[in-house]
Design a protein around this ligand. Structure first.
Ligand code: AMP
Length: 414
């Protein structure tokens, strides 16, 4: 039967067969953040459009082309969040978190929305893990953030991970560099893409991100920000590199790394995986010292990153779900109510138990027990007696029916 409705273009359903691998990523992230003293924050999936226009930057692809923006019944312009940092900074300012001991370390996990051309690893609704350390300009905070993501990826077993690291300098030192870069781009204007040419004034750094061949050729010899860092920025960057190296995390220096968002200052970084195709970025981030103030809060330095959950799962490849059922209860018609009673009792005691709810014959129930991957079948008989069957070996033994739940628990512990 052809389905009448399908999930919208660029979106997908997370089916039960996909959910265990996803949950593993969530649990590993939650524990990594807990070990490092982070608190979890949840912000709404939509915000005032102005927050992203200001926070992400008017001249970025995200704001110019990729936002899902709509008007509510009251005529307010709202946008489905394309990223997390602007919302978290809004929450930091709104809840007066600058009065808390600094820095405030926050993380979140959830869906994000960008109107991009869907392809493998690129969706219109995707999911990110996001980390923010707000209220410190210490280079150790940059290093700690990078190390945390690096360790998380290696704990998950993501293959072929590489880290690129750069610095964009502070807003002040970047001004002079941008003028140099603009002059360089103007000299080579004829070879640049239309898109890059139109942004020479507003956002010359984006030329580094272009996939246009002519532009890429020009950018190979372009001046980079790494050669223009002032003394304070250079010292900050040295300290970040030192702390990252000391933790045994390898990186490649990259002066062409600019990232798609306008708010970055000083440190920027990106993790990629060789196991991914064209969309190779697993996650990345950097320092954004001006953003909280830009959004109306006090001057507050901060650093953060976001990692794409679908990209992590793609890089990990197909994984077999571990069956989790301790037992499947098989019962003749007369024992069905009792089967639910036993399942309930066993579940209340912490075991994973399922039973037939579709009126199958006992033979059908045994087949179903097999399909679910349950480790054991508890088989009830008409006379009220019971036995337990090891599904792998076929071994059976009688079961004390007065205490089926405890028996399942005991078997589970074996
Ligand atoms: P960004 O917020 O652009 O720095 O993205 C951080 C990470 O989110 C990227 O490295 C990707 O892993 C993931 N990501 C970004 N956009 C998408 C998308 N459209 N589909 C899937 N993953 C994405």
């Amino acid at each position: 039967m052809a389905a009448k409705f399908k999930a919208p273009r660029g979106t997908f359903d997370v089916l039960p067969s996909d959910s265990q691998a996803r949950a593993r990523v969530y649990v590993a992230a939650a524990m990594a953040f807990e070990r490092a003293g982070y608190g979890r924050i949840e912000t709404p999936v939509f915000e005032e459009t102005e927050l992203f226009a200001r926070g992400v930057g008017e001249s970025t692809d995200i704001v110019q082309k990729e936002m899902f923006t709509f008007e509510d019944q009251g005529g307010r312009s709202l946008t489905l969040r394309p990223e997390a940092t602007a919302s978290i900074c809004r929450a930091y300012a709104e809840h007066g978190m600058h009065k808390l001991p600094q820095p405030v370390k926050l993380w979140c996990w959830g869906p994000f929305f960008r109107h991009e051309r869907p392809q493998s690893g690129r969706y219109r609704q995707f999911h990110q893990i996001d980390s923010e350390v707000i209220g410190t300009d210490s280079p150790l905070a940059d290093a700690e953030s990078i190390i945390l993501l690096s360790d998380l990826l290696s704990e998950l077993g993501v293959p072929g991970v590489r880290l690129r690291l750069g610095s964009l300098g502070s807003h002040e030192s970047r001004k002079a560099y941008r003028d140099d870069l603009r002059a360089y781009l103007r000299q080579h204007e004829a070879s640049l893409s239309e898109d890059v040419r139109s942004r020479i004034d507003s956002n010359p750094l984006r030329a580094f991100d272009s996939d246009h061949e002519g532009t890429q050729g020009v950018m190979e010899d372009a001046p980079t920000m790494l050669d223009h860092l002032d003394a304070a920025d250079a010292e900050h960057f040295e300290a970040v590199k030192r702390a990252v190296s000391d933790a045994g995390v390898e990186y490649q220096l990259d002066g062409t790394l600019v990232r798609g968002l306008d708010y970055y200052t000083r440190t920027v970084f990106e993790f990629t995986s060789d196991a991914l195709g064209a969309q190779s970025a697993l996650g990345g981030g950097g320092r954004y010292d001006g953003l909280v103030a830009e959004l109306g809060g006090p001057e507050t330095p901060a650093v953060g990153w976001a990692a794409g959950i679908e990209r992590i799962l793609l890089a990990l490849g197909e994984t077999e779900d571990e069956p989790s059922l301790d037992a499947f209860i098989v019962a003749p018609e007369s024992q069905r109510d009792r089967a639910l009673g036993l399942a309930t009792e066993a579940r209340r005691a912490g075991a994973c138990v399922d039973l037939d709810l579709a009126g199958r014959s006992e033979k059908g129930q045994m087949k179903q027990a097999d399909r679910t991957g349950a480790k054991r079948a508890v088989i009830l008989a008409e006379d009220g007696s019971a036995k337990i069957r090891d599904m792998a070996t076929g071994e059976e033994r009688p079961l004390d029916t007065s205490d089926v739940a405890a028996e399942i628990q005991r078997e589970r512990g074996k």
